[in-house]
Design a protein around this ligand. Sequence first.
Ligand code: GLN
Length: 247
Amino acid sequence: MPDQTLRVCALYPDLMNIYADRGNMVMLERRCSWRGIGFALTAAGLGDEIDPEAHDLFYLGGGQDRDQQLCAQDLVDTKRDALHAAAGRGAIVLGICGGIQLLGDHYELGDERVPGIGLVDLKTVRAIDGTRLIGNVAIEVELAGLDGPRVLAGFENHGGRTTLGAGETPLGRVLKGHGNDGRSGFEGVHHGTVIGTYLHGPLLPKNAWFADWLLATALGVAPDSLAPLDDALEDAAHASARRAAGV
Ligand code: GLN
């Protein structure tokens, strides 16, 4: 694919990048570069408008409650419509942890209701007693274009409990760990090309197969059409994350 370029827009990379979530961008860049695919990364911070046509993948990493509060209203005011338009034309929108929370309807923090952009029907409430859902996690995922279920492994640490609306589908089924709320067995959300998950790690270096699935889907090609890479290190990272989760 000589003339292709993956165009990525990282939303609030300075504020929403907890647990090395920035590493997800490095992973996409490397896997493009090793295959001779171009990679263009644009950052959009507070106050920046975004062009829904200009990117194939929009990325929102995780954040502390305080940083999320800073970004939430800006996301609604300056980026919500563009992100709806982008998802509507098939661009990928990927939210991690604090990111998935802001893609939904709202995040309730005690008396405060932090607004989301309503790209998916979910809501999040911080536990009244403040307990966090922390630990290694593994989920089973089924995605179009793959030959069967796959495992995503990572690490979660969130105070928020996320509930999906009746019509929403989770990204996966919890094998080990807490997932969206510690009870439902659901992890993340998958709605068209909008994907949210609580998995840090960062997610993509520990799950190279998923990085490739995102990359291919964002470019509009079949995952198995991507040139194979020597994934010895990536496979070891995946195996180690699975072992940590006990899967
Ligand atoms: N601040 C959010 C929570 O605690 C998200 C945390 C995160 O991104 N790790 O639920």
